[in-house]
Design a protein around this ligand. Structure first.
Ligand code: NCD
Length: 305
């Protein structure tokens, strides 16, 4: 891994991605070989926003490598409540840990924080910006189920505020992928993301309906409408519940599509999909552990070299 900080999927080359995914596959094949790779390594957790999967799978990952976490805990019990700045907080916590994982509601916050620390900082979500480690586990799951080359993927839901979408779309430009984006008009990809994808020569199409393209997809990546990022609740209500899939639609139109979702879901994937072969989203969440183990292993290996 040539990067000390992991801020955006834009930094990740195809070789970087493959290095992480290959290491994750080795870990999946032989977890016991990795249990004492980094004894005593400490990962600093700074979560300024809710998290279940990202925080817990990073915790599981470092513990399985022989290390541990130092966790700031809920923001309301930290010195942030006393008015401490983000820059001061990260400067303090870098003295307690070998690497930091940070999630924050402001876009650009991970980049800013990384400028104040010497230990590697991993962006675990910066507002509507980026979520690069989610992308690594998404790519791992896509590679296992459909392969990453000659891929036709539909990415549906909140493309405006969904940071997992922004990261995944960038990362897929390293592969031979056709990307279909499906959303209401008001939640289309931000202009800046679309611009970057065009600059990378990506093949992208935008749609407001899923039905016409569903039969052509290898993978359908569904996302939650990011309610917490809407400036106005009425705007959220205008689009909530608009894009929903169920088992019947999938079976009738495309019986071999793999359905992924970064989770948590609200109502965009009916629970009747869970028992079908399409549903790989719980497997996807579980892949967070080997993939984050692989990333940490490579980063910490680089640190001690
Ligand atoms: C995502 C996030 O936080 O961006 N969750 C996750 O990390 N798996 C997706 C979401 O909250 O909708």
């Amino acid at each position: 891994m040539p990067h000390d900080h992991i801020i955006s999927a834009k930094q990740l080359s195809r070789a970087d991605i493959e290095e992480v995914l290959d290491r994750a596959a080795e870990i999946d094949d032989n977890p016991a070989a990795f249990t004492q790779r980094h004894p005593g390594a400490l990962l600093g957790l700074l979560f300024f926003e809710p998290s279940t999967r990202t925080k817990m799978s990073f915790t599981a990952a470092i513990k399985r490598l022989g290390g541990d976490v130092v966790d700031m805990g809920p923001v309301e019990y930290s010195s942030v409540e006393k008015g401490e700045s983000l820059a001061d907080t990260v400067r303090v916590v870098e003295g307690y840990a070998d690497a930091l994982v940070m999630r924050h509601p402001s876009e650009g916050s991970a980049k800013m924080a990384s400028e104040f620390v010497d230990v590697p900082l991993i962006n675990a979500g910066d507002g509507a910006g980026q979520h690069p480690t989610q992308t690594l586990l998404d790519l791992y799951t896509i590679r296992e189920n459909a392969g990453l080359d000659d891929l036709t993927i539909g990415i549906m839901g909140d493309l405006k505020y969904g940071r997992t979408v922004h990261s995944l779309a960038h990362a897929l430009t390293n592969f031979d992928a056709t990307q279909h984006f499906i959303s209401p008009e008001s939640l289309k990809l931000p202009r800046s993301v679309r611009y970057d994808l065009h600059e990378e020569g990506a093949t992208i199409r935008e749609h407001t309906e899923l039905e016409p393209i569903l039969s052509s997809l290898d993978v359908l990546y569904v996302t939650r409408i990011q309610k917490e990022r809407f400036p106005d609740e009425s705007e959220y209500r205008a689009v909530a519940g608009e894009y929903q899939i169920d088992a019947q639609t999938l079976e009738e139109v495309n019986d071999d599509v793999t359905v992924l979702h970064p989770l948590p879901r609200v109502d965009e994937i009916d629970h009747d999909v869970d028992a079908t072969e399409h549903a790989q989203f719980f497997e996807q969440a579980h892949n967070g552990v080997p993939v984050r183990m692989a990333l940490l292993d490579l980063m910490l290996e680089g640190e001690s070299a």
